[in-house]
Design a protein around this ligand. Sequence first.
Ligand code: ATR
Length: 264
Amino acid sequence: MKKYFVIGNPIYHSLSPKLHNYWLKENNIEAVYDKKKIEEKDLQDLITKFKEKQINGINVTVPFKKIVIPYLDKLSLEAEQTQSVNTIIFSNDKLIGHNTDILGFEKAIKNLNFDMQGKKIFILGAGGVVPSIIFALNKMKVSKILISNRTKKKAEDLKSQFHNLDVLDWGDISDFDVIINATSLGLNKESINLDFSKFTNNKLFYDVIYNPSETNFLKVGKKLGNRTENGKLMFIYQAFEAFKLWHGIEPQINSDTLEILNND
Ligand code: ATR
């Protein structure tokens, strides 16, 4: 039986096994997808097993999206440019790192029928998924990207990869058309200590978090009269793209798919 894993630390919250196992069953593929909490020292062993075909595919999540790169033979253009890998495939005797978070975000935004072109974007956070979001936003031709992170250096460091970033101090706020919460604040019902009320409505408040489905950040955005969206579709689409890479099949995304991820 073929074996697939999502690796990360922590990993208990990951809904990837639920989604992939559902699609595997739907498509009559004899395989199993599991989650694995690992330490960095475990990576080499996993990579060896992958090359020996004891493992057939790996999704990578926080904090290994960049750390895993030296263990791979090749990167897709997007993985190279973002220095972020979330999907590994074995092809022609080579381990190849892909980044499906970018397409995941792009497809989620497309699904909203929201035109990012010319918009001013404010990103909160500078963690694992942010390079992919910035890469996708640049593809969508946004006019400006502002970023603020509690640890300012991490936001500053992103400037070497993406030259069009303006870094704000954590706690400062500036006008925006779209605000994206890419911090983990909200996973445990914490709030972000920023006053959004001085900005008029009709903005888009986007949260990468999808569990809980409505973070305090989205609740505030909604109350102020803005459009809100959580990260559920981004999550589904990145998984969709990974499934396609491994199995050559486009899995179905329908109300059942959305339903199995309702974990609140
Ligand atoms: P990683 O930083 O390991 O890639 P992540 O889950 O992708 O992990 O990112 C977590 C993000 O949430 C980071 O931007 C983090 O800020 P720091 O870089 O300062 O750690 C942010 N974050 C987590 N807890 C936070 C808090 N209590 N206040 C503000 N930002 C927080």
